[in-house]
Design a protein around this ligand. Structure first.
Ligand code: FES
Length: 189
């Protein structure tokens, strides 16, 4: 009887746990997240760049369940890199707890969310210092998005990138700020 009670309790815990774990995994491109085409001219600038990040604009179709669909101007940051170099610079993105359910380097590029992982301000790139710098509380990140100074608890957030019929596309994901791990908050800005 005791064993049966334990087994039933375990089964109920498992059923309850599955939706919680599932909510941490972005359903990229097929469910809530949608692919948005990047500005072609700026994408070409990134392809031609050497060691300089490029800000790339696009239109985000916001699909909040409680609001009508909106087209919002947005931008992401792109860097040129390689899987080997990025793995070396951002090793925590390759650990079981830090790994994202999509490639963080695609076609030789990584795309960063423009949202500071501290408290959500927009950061800029300081070309002279060669760092991404947030104006709000002074968090700084190197070229690869690694956290190097300030209160942010993690590096910059890579976003999914793909090429479709010669067009680069990104999926917007907003992750929870302030914490070291990446938990999806929304697919709209
Ligand atoms: S929001 Fe960027 S450092 Fe606080």
């Amino acid at each position: 009887m005791a064993n049966a009670t334990l087994a039933i309790g375990g089964a109920i815990s498992l059923v309850l746990a599955i939706p919680i774990v599932g909510s941490l995994i972005p359903d990229v491109g097929a469910g809530s997240g949608t692919w948005s085409p990047l500005d072609q001219t700026e994408w070409k600038q990134l392809q031609a760049s050497t060691n300089t990040p490029v800000k790339i604009h696009f239109t985000l179709k916001s699909k909040d369940a409680y609001l009508p669909e909106q087209n919002l101007p947005e931008a992401v940051w792109g860097i040129k890199t390689s899987p080997a170099k990025f793995m070396q610079e951002r090793p925590n993105l390759y650990t079981p707890s830090g790994k994202l359910p999509y490639a963080v380097v695609t076609l030789g590029f990584t795309i960063f969310s423009p949202i500071c992982p501290h408290l959500g301000c927009r950061y800029n790139y300081d070309a002279a210092a060669k760092i991404f710098a947030c104006p709000c509380h002074g968090s700084q990140f190197d070229y690869d998005g690694k956290h190097i100074a300030g209160p942010a608890a993690r590096g910059l957030d890579p976003l999914p990138l793909r090429e479709q019929n010669g067009q680069a596309e990104v999926t917007w994901i907003r992750y929870q700020p302030t914490i070291p791990n990446r938990i999806v908050v929304s697919y709209s800005n």
